[in-house]
Design a binder for this molecule. Structure first.
Ligand SMILES: [Zn+2]
Length: 120
């Protein structure tokens, strides 16, 4: 259910953008999901079609781009974190409590559907 509510809020944001584009419809949606966010990409793409029904995003494809976690090590600077290793530098084991990236969930791109020619 977690992913369904996320899908709904993404659809909300995207619908708003489509309204600003004169009521266009979308053919595809790309979202960036951090590997360290609690979102399961597969569950999100599975929840999306049902959530999009009756919205301007009905029938649109959902692409999920996974963003790896990056922490800041005092010695090594930004390091890519290993999910299994937790918030620690994979090289020296120092704690990296701050995520520089990897916990995001954001709308990246909306592909607009070409308007259908009238009278067809
Ligand atoms: Zn380090």
């Amino acid at each position: 259910m977690h992913e369904a509510s996320i899908a709904l809020s993404l659809i909300d944001v995207a619908s708003e953008v489509l309204r600003e584009n004169g009521g266009a419809r979308a053919s595809a949606l790309t979202v960036r999901v951090g590997a360290w966010s609690s979102v399961v990409p597969q569950a999100l793409t599975a929840a999306f079609p049902a959530c999009a029904q009756g919205t301007p995003l009905e029938g649109a494809r959902l692409n999920v781009v996974t963003v790896p976690g990056v922490g800041e090590c005092p010695t090594h600077g930004p390091v890519t974190l290993d999910l299994k290793g937790g918030l620690r530098c994979p090289q020296c084991g120092a704690p990296t409590p701050t995520l520089l990236q990897g916990d995001e969930l954001e709308l990246d791109e909306i592909e607009l559907l070409e308007p259908q020619p009238e009278g067809s």
